[in-house]
Write a protein that binds this ligand. Sequence first.
Ligand code: 4AD
Ligand code: MG
Length: 441
Amino acid sequence: MQIGDIAQHDGQEVTVRGWLYNRTDKGRLQFLLVRDGTGIAQCVAFKKELPPEVFEIAQELTQESSIMITGTVRADDRAPGHPGGFEIGITHLELIQMADEYPIQPKEHGVEFLMDNRHLWVRSLRQWAILRIRGTIINTIRNWLDEHGYLLVDTPILTPAAGENTTTLFEIDYYGEPAYLAQTGQLYNEANMAAFGKVYCFGPTFRAEKSKTRRHLMEFWMVEPEMAFFSLEDLMDMEEQFISAIVQTVLEKHRMELDILERDTSRLENIVPPFPRISYDEAVERLKQRLEEIDDPERKAELAITWGDDFGSPHETELAEMFDRPVFVYNYPTAAKAFYMQPVEGRPEACRSVDLLAPEGYGEITGGSERIYDPELLKERVDEIGIDPENYAWYLDLRRFGTVPHAGFGLGVERTVAWICGLPHIRETIPYARMLNRFYP
Ligand code: 4AD
Ligand code: MG
């Protein structure tokens, strides 16, 4: 039996294989909290009902010892566990290994200690809840796109040129040539878009971010849909459907995990289309109005803004707080965004870009745009970013052979997990975080 299915086994004799999560010693009664990866169940060893040598093992079990337990499932409202409400009366217990003294105790530990022991920390209840939700988010992303006519077409990780900007590249040596870890699959996605219409890539991406924030990883997972003949409006329509489906699926499948995380789910229930849409111009106006109401000079300084500035996280948080669901901000200043974005008609200082800002201070979770499809204009912009144009010859080719208006975006998986789970820091949203000062274990 898998503990996750315990409710379907009421009254039955079952065998559970797993690890001892915690033990409460009540003398003749040993309450063993056993986890098997799918859940945690209370298993009760009663001295009177077991051979002495078996009860002795139960009494001595150390945290994380591996065991095999046979017993009878019975409903009991008071029984703790995930899912709770059932316990197992032990009739047999076999020890696989008595674990060494386990470094992670039920007491509180510092984050650095826990990150050093991440290979063990992933067994803890909160981490279990977070990573199961992550799994469902990834699964829902794939299912939704597959069901809506998008084809998964993989893009390379070892690339000859920058995909996004030149300041956050991880350079490696490729048989004597410089190569870079992909910051995005987008440019290849655009080639694939012209072959398949609606495509997506989904994989790890790499940014040598020099900043140490609660939103940045050096290695993060991004899903990037790219669609032929899509406008910015089409893009926003699609994004709000897509993101709502992700949130609603997590709510449907993971009440137990969200409860473990003490997530206020009322903030997630109303994540349904339509999402508010404001232009960058309007966003700046709203921030300026807000500034007039603020007295605190420190807060005023971090929120100060003039047209042309990119938003920092204080701006994003302030804007998001004006709405009860994610908000689209579109038409950012061209200078603040990547080279491939289509200019706004008659207004080249702004571009047809759109970011989605999550509520509750989680900031930008998607970034996307219409792409430049005019060959000449794109060539100019490639020259501007200052990397060998030869490496972009293939990308420019795409605009020579049946160029079409198109658009796409990237959704960062870890920021999405942080938001949905309500976590203060992105480091717990990925099994093994790569950060400015950490890539162990
Ligand atoms: O806005 P970004 O940089 O967009 C792109 O890379 C485009 N090429 C995507 C596209 O249009 N196909 O990144 C997209 C998203 C961000 O909104 C954010 O959620 C996430 O990727 N992201 C990061 N997540 C964690 N750590 C980082 N260092 C991140 N940088 C971006
Ligand atoms: Mg962005």
